[in-house]
Design a protein around this ligand. Sequence first.
Ligand SMILES: [Zn+2]
Length: 209
Amino acid sequence: MSGRSTGPVYYDEFMSSADARAEYWHQKAEAHREFFDSQPNAGHKVLAKWEQAGQLQGVITQNIDGLHQIAGNQNVFELHGTARFIKCQDCAEMFDADPLVRGYLETEVIPNCSACGKDRLKHATVSFGQMLPEDVLEKSIDLCREADLIFAIGSSLVVTPAANLPMLTKQARGKLVIINRDETPVDHYADAVIHAGIGATLSEIDQRV
Ligand SMILES: [Zn+2]
């Protein structure tokens, strides 16, 4: 090992170094334990209900846990990819993450790609030093420009490009509602700002409209 033990593994390190891939799998498998069994919360469920009722066009998320889809949303734009799948960086084959990660946790052997045999299987997430998926970003921008109303939920609205998306709706004369426990730099542009918990707030909005 190269002696590294903390901090994220950058994409180019992952691609070029077996040691970095070992560290990556160690970190990611530990993190994965947390959401093997995680379930959608009240907030996820309200958003799924709204999409199924035709009131919500889609969800743009920086989360990688796949819980919006489990809750029932179909139009989900994952800016940072998804940890529910693992992608071969050589042949682009996709695999269900759970069995591969469970296998790794049992054996501590990093799996090889069963399609091409190479050893660069990585979660289908955006690593540090890796570009956001362009098609997802473009579709997200279109969605924001077309929206009459956008909810910016649980985002610090600090990191671009995600932080800029709500402003696209405002620039196209749509409305912006921010739901976040803390203040955000975009608060003063919003039509309404709710500093409260996500699940309770969305449930209350759902009951009132
Ligand atoms: Zn492959």
